[in-house]
Design a protein around this ligand. Sequence first.
Ligand SMILES: [Zn+2]
Length: 58
Amino acid sequence: MNYLIDHETKSIHRTSFAGDLCGFHTSSLENREFTQSIAYVDQLINESQYSKCEFCVS
Ligand SMILES: [Zn+2]
């Protein structure tokens, strides 16, 4: 699973399901990060108050 992290809105998208509703298109490119690490994603959620995007939940 690939994840797109939007550091501007502190939201985490699943690239397979991400779409126009996700809103990351309005965030600047340098604030977007791609990762395949679920450990990194969990760390952001647990330690930095990031949240998973509701539109990416299948
Ligand atoms: Zn999303």
